[in-house]
Design a binder for this molecule. Structure first.
Ligand SMILES: [Cu+2]
Length: 286
């Protein structure tokens, strides 16, 4: 598992790459955007911290206790006393204006880059579209050719659009390695995307407490080389119809068997309720 994630990784990766990202107009991924926002806010926050702490230390030194501190006592600002600085509040007005402009500009810029990345994968790069369904307690992926699986296989360096939904309760799909997280809501679809930039096995997890099996609701995300992926995908195409039908029938049978042994007749009817719909939906989507 090559999943590295956390503050240490982020701090270590603030470098010239962020400057390039600032100048890059579009085609940024979630990874890029979050790293960039983190880098910019870390640098500015550090700068503000240095100025404020230096000024505080300077004043602490200036008004320190000295042998002739009786004289200094009279100059020292008293509690509740308004500053007697020159310029009639001009300094205060200027610094407030500059701070406001910087803060508002930062908010606007962060908003624009976030809206831009949330708009979806660049159509020009022909994103691969995968339907993702969260079901207590697993993730099911469906490819454009109808192939369904529990492991997400994607090609390297091609954007992947994920259309998320849930078959039962609220779930949240996330791949920490790609800074990706989006809700999977029953009866609704949510769209998100990422661009896998390195082959390997990553982990997708559920980030919404959804029941007793929540912590085990994870799946592998395998990033493959384009050729390898094409080969795998072509193979899934030939067996698609047979496999999908078998899987759907298989799971439906398993569900009802499990229900029979554990639930009463009434619960059984309730639990069985959504199953035919799901089966129908799966059939229609092909
Ligand atoms: Cu879940």
């Amino acid at each position: 598992m090559s999943v590295t994630y956390g503050l240490t990784t982020r701090v270590a990766t603030v470098n010239s790459h962020h400057i390039e990202l600032l100048l890059q107009a579009n085609g940024r991924t979630m990874n890029d955007v979050f790293s960039m926002l983190f880098g910019v806010f870390l640098i500015l926050g550090t700068a503000v911290g240095i100025v404020v702490i230096s000024y505080m230390v300077y004043n602490a030194y200036k008004y320190r206790e000295t042998p002739d501190s009786e004289v200094a006592e009279r100059e020292r600002p008293q509690l509740g006393e308004l500053p007697q600085g020159s310029g009639g509040g001009k300094k205060l007005a200027i610094s407030l204006t500059i701070s406001a402009v910087i803060v508002i500009a930062l908010i606007a810029w962060a908003y624009i880059v976030l809206v831009d990345v949330e708009a979806g994968a660049p159509e020009s790069e022909d994103p691969l579209e995968v339907q993702v369904e969260g079901i207590q307690f697993s993730w099911q992926y469906e490819y454009p050719n109808g192939h369904t699986t529990n492991t997400l296989r994607v090609p390297e360096d091609r954007p992947v659009t994920l259309i998320l939904t849930s078959g039962d309760v609220f779930h949240t799909f996330g791949i920490p390695a790609y800074d990706l997280k989006a809700d999977a809501i029953p009866g609704q679809t949510t769209e998100t995307w990422f661009r896998p930039n390195e082959t390997g096995t990553y982990e997708a997890q559920c980030f919404e407490l959804c029941g007793s099996g929540h912590s085990a609701m994870e799946s592998d995300v395998i990033v493959m080389e384009q050729e390898e992926f094409d080969q795998w995908y072509a193979e899934t195409g030939s067996e698609t119809n047979a496999t999908t039908n078998n899987t759907t029938d298989g799971s439906a049978t398993n569900n009802s068997t499990a229900n029979d042994s554990t639930a009463t007749t009434t619960e059984n009817r309730l639990l069985d309720g959504p199953a035919p719909e799901r089966q129908l939906a799966a059939t229609t989507r092909q």
